[in-house]
Design a protein around this ligand. Structure first.
Ligand code: SF4
Length: 328
């Protein structure tokens, strides 16, 4: 790729050797701890993700340990981490691996991609970090470093992948991939790049401009607004909860909800209750859906279960908080 800027390999690797954050899975980058970290960090911030990783690795030190547990237990441990499809895929992946002979995580990126929840980024990360296979990762951090080194506002995914393939350090592929991502996460950050501390600033075109943060150009996120209702039916035994399905919250438990702004009456008649009291309103944003939920509550004599006994989403926790029905 002629005319493009590439990071200096010795400089970036030296910087990484001196500055890499002491993340717990880096001490011994075996496939299972690394895979677990990659699943968790796909959509969770590092500080929060480390706590979830510790919790999961303590309960499931091996992929086999997870495979002989249950989806419900995995979901309970994942509770609050969001994007629950990751937890469902992780459990499924553990059972797929356990059913094989030998029951081990493959090193080949193409084989890894056949497993639930693993795409090109995750497969390249596991292959390079745990097995030393020379394959380049591309994530948001790599894209940002590429865009800024070359002052390109709207890079295409194949363009970034091609660049990452060319600059890969084949002798230390895992460290190299982590070095670029680490640079993007800690120095070349989205909003406040620290160009004065950057080990590759001598080849950076964005640094020469007035505003490096305009690379890459921000994507506009379109969110759908949902105006709905949630019904908290509470008794001395607990609250009425049922298991949800669907890609976002499937496998978790929650209170009756309607996404129809005029659907409260129908919801009440489905559950054969009279007139609930309005106890609050919550706003809760998922990646593409903004929920504006009116929370209604009614007390009944019996029925329901303890909300602490099943995995529930943050959305339902907030609904129960609004209704004063949270159990720890
Ligand atoms: S010099 Fe600044 S903009 Fe360029 S890569 Fe380094 S931190 Fe990012």
């Amino acid at each position: 790729m002629e005319g493009q800027g590439y990071p200096s390999k010795p400089r970036l690797l030296h910087w990484y050797d001196q500055n890499a954050r002491p993340l717990p899975w880096r001490k011994n980058p075996e496939p299972w701890p690394v895979l677990l970290s990659e699943f968790i960090l796909q959509q969770t911030r590092m500080e929060v993700g480390i706590e979830y990783w510790k919790r999961m690795i303590k309960r499931f030190p091996t992929v086999h340990d997870m495979s002989i547990s249950s989806l419900e237990e995995v979901m309970l441990l994942w509770q609050g981490c969001g994007y629950y499809a990751r937890a469902r895929n992780l459990y499924k992946l553990s059972t797929v691996i356990a059913s094989r002979d030998p029951p081990i995580i493959p090193s080949d990126p193409k084989e890894l991609e056949k497993l639930p929840g693993i795409g090109p980024y995750t497969s390249a990360a596991i292959s390079s970090i745990s097995f030393g296979i020379p394959v380049a990762v591309v994530d948001g951090n790599v894209k940002r470093v590429y865009s800024r080194l070359n002052a390109i506002e709207n890079p295409t995914p194949p363009e970034v992948q091609k660049w990452a393939n060319v600059c890969l350090e084949e002798k230390r592929p895992g460290d190299w991939n982590q070095a670029i991502m680490e640079l993007g996460a800690t120095v070349c950050t989205a909003r406040a790049p620290k160009c004065g501390e950057c080990p590759i600033s001598s080849t950076c075109k964005a640094k020469l401009t007035e505003n490096p943060t305009k690379y890459p150009a921000p994507k506009r996120r379109k969110s759908k607004k949902i105006n709905g209702h949630a019904l908290v039916i509470s008794s001395p035994e607990g609250v009425v909860l049922s298991q949800r399905d669907g890609p976002q919250l499937g496998g978790l438990w929650g209170v009756p909800i309607t996404e129809d702004p005029n659907g409260l009456q129908e919801l009440c008649s489905d559950y054969k209750i009279g007139s609930p009291e309005r106890v609050g309103e919550i706003h809760h944003a998922f990646s593409h859906r903004d929920f504006h939920i009116q929370v209604w509550k009614i007390d009944v004599l019996k029925g329901g279960i303890s909300s602490a006994s099943v995995p529930i989403s943050r959305l339902d926790q907030r609904i129960l908080e609004a209704a004063g029905c949270v159990e720890i």
